[in-house]
Design a protein around this ligand. Structure first.
Ligand SMILES: C[S@@+](CC[C@H](N)C(=O)[O-])C[C@H]1O[C@@H](n2cnc3c(N)ncnc32)[C@H](O)[C@@H]1O
Length: 292
């Protein structure tokens, strides 16, 4: 919360563009427990299993990874920490905070400090070098480049997180546009937009949709995505193509709609009815691919 307020004051446009909002830990815990349950139900595995690789592509202050560290049994944690937990962050300030948070949480639980080597300072949606994986051409250091290579070589099982969306921008085209992403925008156009019938589909280029597109392409034959995002994909006209393709690309889809769109729901008002204290409604979606 301190960080969020700080960023709002320090750089409000970037805070909105990058979707900098802190994810309440009850939500994060709910998503982690749900993913673990769904892994056991549909893939006969669990988050603790060695080799079940977990990636948070927009980690912010590292809430999902720290909550995972809290959640995973101690006897599995060393291996998971070193080999199976991954995250990315594009903002330098949250990147450092995430680093500190993750290493501190591990140290508190395990009683010793171990450097966390699986956080990358990178724009997840940039595809400069790899198909649907992050490019390393502009990586900031040799160490970061190594980390990106390692992450890119992994077969990821779970992609989890709270990707950015423009919570404070009522109109998508308002004064603070997101930067274009040539590769991912082409994928959005060739898939969700092409499959849709709606006249105006500009909202489909929202950051959270780009992250869904990226994550759907990043997963290989088997795995799952768990994101908390703007809920507009559930019923807005612009998202008909998105809904159609999600149904086609995945074997199981679970959606938790928090019914928190203040502008659409006359029974609620203000900002206290929403998990993020914002007016945009949010939903959690679990997408499963390769269910046996
Ligand atoms: C909604 S916040 C995530 C909050 C996080 N779960 C937490 O509780 O701190 C989204 C984060 O994604 C980062 N982000 C935005 N665009 C990104 C991108 N293209 N690649 C990597 N990170 C990005 C933002 O800087 C922000 O920290």
């Amino acid at each position: 919360m301190v960080y969020e307020n700080f960023y709002q004051a320090y750089n409000p446009k970037a805070a909105d563009r990058l979707g900098i909002v802190y994810t309440p830990s009850a939500i994060v815990r709910f998503m982690i427990e749900s993913v673990d349950y769904l892994l056991s139900q549909h893939f006969q595995t669990s988050l603790s299993q060695p080799g079940v690789k977990i990636l948070d592509p927009a980690t912010g202050t590292g809430t999902f990874i720290t909550e995972l560290i809290e959640y995973l049994p101690k006897r599995y944690l060393e291996q998971k920490y070193k080999e199976d937990l991954f995250c990315n962050e594009v903002g330098i300030l949250p990147y450092y905070i995430a680093n500190l948070n993750i290493e501190y949480t591990y140290q508190q639980k395990m009683g010793k400090f171990v450097e966390f080597k699986n956080i990358c300072f990178v724009d997840t949606l940039d595809h400069t070098a790899y198909q649907f994986k992050q490019g390393d051409l502009f990586a900031t250091s040799v160490e970061n480049t190594e980390r990106l290579k390692r992450q890119n070589d992994e077969q990821i099982t779970v992609i989890i997180g709270n990707p950015p969306y423009n919570a404070w921008q009522e109109n998508f085209n308002l004064r603070n546009p997101n930067r274009p992403y040539a590769g991912i925008d082409k994928r959005v156009k060739d898939t969700y937009i092409r499959a849709g019938q709606a006249q105006n589909q500009i909202a489909v280029y929202d950051m959270f949709v780009r992250f869904y597109r990226w994550a759907c392409d990043r997963l290989t034959s088997q795995g799952m995505i768990a994101f908390i995002t703007n809920r507009s994909f559930i019923d807005s006209n612009a998202f008909d193509g998105f809904r159609k393709l999600i149904a086609e690309e995945f074997d199981r889809v679970y959606i938790v709609d928090t019914q928190s769109d203040v502008r659409k729901n006359p029974k609620i008002s203000g900002t206290k009815n929403n998990v993020f204290g914002i007016q945009t409604g949010v939903a959690i979606m679990f997408l499963l691919k390769g269910v046996r």
